[in-house]
Ligand binder design. Structure first.
Ligand code: FAD
Ligand code: NAD
Length: 460
């Protein structure tokens, strides 16, 4: 690599090696491009190294422990330190990271370690860890720099007692008293896991319920389970101060003090676009720091595409990787657009919650004439064998088009079951199509079949 002011020529530059960046690099390499990927930290990004994968390994461990406790009817003792789990997590991440690096290597992608910053519309400076700066002159670029946690002024992160999700997932010891600020995806998933492992957990949420952006009908069983696990949920609440052993919160006008040996801040994430020198590439971000892109993910008037958490829409790994394929193909001259009928939203709560496409309300607001059919989980044979009573599957049907436009589930394995719902929406399947599709018995998938059959045969 050339150092100093002269620049190495690069055909396609990808900035960021998360699910957006590495997927784009692989797709572009398949299409015959010479790809250079710059990553400042670890290949796999947030999702693999400190997000989706580590959090789900913690949830699996917590579920296993809780199931043993519930089946044996007594607490598993002694309570876990987290060192054995940390080793397990590291092994899982290492294995998956190795797989991605192998794919990039065999696709001929050149991986450069360093932090990239635009210096002109076709050039970046890459700061390396030996303090040397290299310049790359690119023909096209795809930016996939992801996001970072939002901080709270009342509780500056110290990585030890006041942590973000990365800090919590790096703990060697389970907190005795955990206070979680924010009851969104991260707050609910990690609060549930820590409660199952034995922490005393309190959630402090500013709005009026947990998972305030999810349909209320889906959230009710999750809120019920949090209560059953002994998690205290304070809504309409905000953190005001942190001191010594405890934290102070204002809850609907009253001051409450909570013991906290660890405080998890999970109040959202913000895109990594402020330190990219975007102005030098003639790119202006929106007010929330996202990069505006066209349907093909290319920034108008540039040779640069943007994908993942730095563009509009939910900050999810599968949205980033789906956009990556579109961006790579568009940069290679194909006529493509990112226009999914549904991006599934899944919370790995207990029970799991999954939502795809229109809710009844959003469909009506979009001017559709819709009917919703909801089937309770308790009526399914498989649910009875699992002892699962709380949960439901709902379909939302566009009556005029005779097409399923929304599927919403809460219950065991909803994270897996939603895939059939997303496929139905994407293929514009009618309820009759799903009703005519034989579903194995006894399975939880029969919930969707039952909802479609009920619409087709009785409620139409
Ligand atoms: P990232 O994964 O953030 O990757 C961006 C990469 O760019 C990083 O590796 C970063 O080091 C690098 N980078 C940034 N700036 C530069 C620069 N200037 N130069 C070079 N490199 C740079 N999503 C799900 O779909 N399912 C889940 O279950 C899920 N669980 C999550 C759990 C947690 C605890 C967290 C925090 C997130 C979770 N997410 C989940 C969200 C998911 O991790 C993100 O949506 C996803 O990682 C976004 O992918 P990305 O490629 O846009 O960015
Ligand atoms: P979030 O947006 O999901 O939830 C943040 C919560 O914090 C909201 O309920 C909000 O009302 C609350 N809040 C905001 N400010 C507050 C304050 N000052 N005091 C108290 N409460 C406050 O954000 P997150 O949980 O940090 O997760 C970030 C993103 O990461 C998610 O939006 C999601 O895109 C992604 N993620 C996805 C998954 C998954 O797909 N299963 C899991 C984890 C994270």
């Amino acid at each position: 690599m050339v150092m100093g002011e002269s620049a190495d020529p690069v055909d396609l530059l990808v900035i960021g090696g998360g699910p957006g960046g590495y997927t784009a690099a692989l797709r572009a390499a398949q299409l015959g491009r010479q790809v250079t990927l710059v990553e400042r930290d670890l290949i796999g990004g947030v999702c693999l190294n400190v997000g989706c994968i580590p959090s789900k390994t913690l949830i699996e461990a917590a579920d296993a422990r809780r199931t043993v406790e519930e089946v044996l009817g007594e607490a598993v003792s002694p309570g876990p330190d987290l060192l054995a789990w940390q080793q397990h997590r590291a092994g899982v991440v290492r294995g998956l990271a190795g797989g991605i690096s192998d794919l990039l290597r065999s696709a001929g992608v050149c991986v450069v370690t360093g932090s990239a910053r635009f210096t002109s519309p076709h050039r970046v400076a890459v700061e390396r860890f030996d303090d040397a700066t290299a310049f790359l002159e690119f023909r096209h670029a795809i930016v996939a720099t992801g996001s970072r946690p939002v901080a709270l002024a009342a509780a500056p992160m110290d990585g030890v007692r006041i942590v973000d999700s990365t800090g919590l997932l790096a703990l060697a010891t389970l907190p005795e008293h955990l206070v979680v600020v924010g009851a969104g995806y991260i707050g609910v998933e990690l609060a549930t896991a820590c409660a199952k492992l034995g922490s005393d957990v309190t959630i402090v949420e500013a709005r009026d319920r947990v998972l305030p952006d999810m349909p209320p009908g889906l959230v009710r069983p999750v809120a019920g389970r949090l209560a059953a696990l002994g998690v205290t949920v304070l809504t309409g609440a905000s953190l005001t101060a942190v001191s010594g052993e405890d934290v102070a919160c204002e809850v609907r006008g009253e001051l409450v003090r909570l013991p906290a040996d660890v405080l998890l801040i999970a109040v959202g994430r913000t895109p990594n676009t402020d330190d990219l020198g975007l102005e030098n590439a003639r790119i202006t971000t929106t007010r929330d720091g996202r990069i505006p892109v066209g349907p093909d993910r290319i920034v108008a008037g540039t040779d640069i595409a943007a994908i993942g958490d730095i563009t509009a829409g939910p900050m999810l790994a599968h949205k980033a990787s789906a956009e990556a394929v579109v961006a790579a193909e568009a940069i290679c001259g194909r006529k493509v657009a990112f226009d999914p009928a549904a991006v599934p939203l899944v919370v790995f709560s207990d029970p799991e919650l999954a939502s795809a496409g229109h809710t009844e309300q959003s469909a009506r607001e979009a001017g559709l004439r819709v009917r919703a059919v909801t089937v309770a989980l308790a009526g399914l044979g498989r649910a009875a064998t699992m002892g699962a009573r709380e949960g439901s599957t709902q379909i939302v049907v566009d009556v005029d088009a005779d097409a399923i436009v929304g599927v919403h589930m809460v219950g065991p394995h909803a994270s897996e079951l939603i895939a059939e719902g997303v496929l139905a929406i994407e293929m514009a399947a009618s309820p009759g199509d799903v009703a005519a599709t034989i579903h194995a018995h006894p399975t939880l998938a029969e919930g969707l079949h039952e909802a479609a059959s009920r619409y087709t045969f009785t409620e139409r």
